[in-house]
Design a protein around this ligand. Sequence first.
Ligand code: GLU
Length: 411
Amino acid sequence: MNPFENAQVQLKKAADLMKLDKNIYEILKQPQRILEVNIPVKMDDGTIKVFKGFRSQHNNSRGPTKGGIRFHPDVSKEEVMALSMWMTWKCAAVNIPYGGGKGGVIVNSHELSEKELEKLSRNYIEAIKPIIGPSKDIPAPDVYTNPKIMAWMMDEFSRLEGFHNPAVITGKPIEVGGSQGRGFSTAQGGVYTLNEAMKKLGIEKKDTTVAIQGYGNAGYFAAKILYEQGYKIVAVSDSKGGIYSEMGLDPEKVFSHKKKTGSVKNFQDTKNITNEDILELKTAVLVPAALENQITKENASKIQAKIILELANGPTTPEADEMLFKDKVLVIPDILANAGGVVVSYFEWVQNLMNYYWTEEEVLGKLKKIMADSFNQIYKIQQKYKIDMRTATYISAVSRVASAMKHRGHT
Ligand code: GLU
């Protein structure tokens, strides 16, 4: 289950259906550029440790490449390549003027001190500096990276350039050029698409049951926003395991418990469950918000949800996709469902470039329009061709990329 192979299978499926020009397909099936770096960091005990990192730029026909940086022990070159390709489709699917990129460092950041984490963040930026910049490639947060890390990275890039350069990276704290709404925009964008899907299926929000796998930035904010809108969050999990309550959970209380104990597990009046169990619960909505390859041919037939909102990147394998489609599960695919993050990153970059900042209301108004319009446009493609939502999203995204390539004379 190599995520890059999965990404290639998804592209091939859409390319065949839409009869994509062979030359364009040849170019799009791999990234344009992958940089591999070895990053030395002087640890607190005085020894040097060398961390391996990557930055992959999949395609820049529609604009500078864009995408997060992941700090995780399971990062690999193939994973970063897949994630960069998904970013190309994501940006095209919601029609923002970027290509796709992604970075990653193989590290268990929880084992680093604050000082070591800062050094790693700064040294990684120094290492990939030749290929990034506000009109080249713009990083952002991803799994286990956050606004604090983005601030260090922006500072390092600016220091090396010799001038303040906030547009090099997004997802920064508000005080150093971040955008209102960016912190919860991935989840918020997903909820906008989910609400559109609910209307299509004629399901009321009130007391609609939801299970969420992952309680990081995407999972936690999804729980919070959905709860505030009247959905009933019955199960959540993190890397250590999950909890279930038929009565429903209060996401804020679960969050404080996780902060105190390090996990959502063992929360009062709930039953502990595993990360596998959470996918198979009888809920109306399932939100994978953790890592790749969670819904596979092994468990897809056991999924009971009517709607899957993919806030994680790559949670469903191509075989599982076929099975879910047969079972009439509506999958709102990652490259649409979690695009809210990069959409508000785009707004942040625009605000940095013009040095003029919007209110949260303005940001969310623009985000809602983009997410709802994109969902509805893709839903129409899906209805017309009787295909799954992922393939419909690919068709929309890949045709935008292909026409940019044609205009630029790349074929
Ligand atoms: N890492 C996020 C993603 O996978 C956000 C990327 C960005 O804001 O550039 O979409």
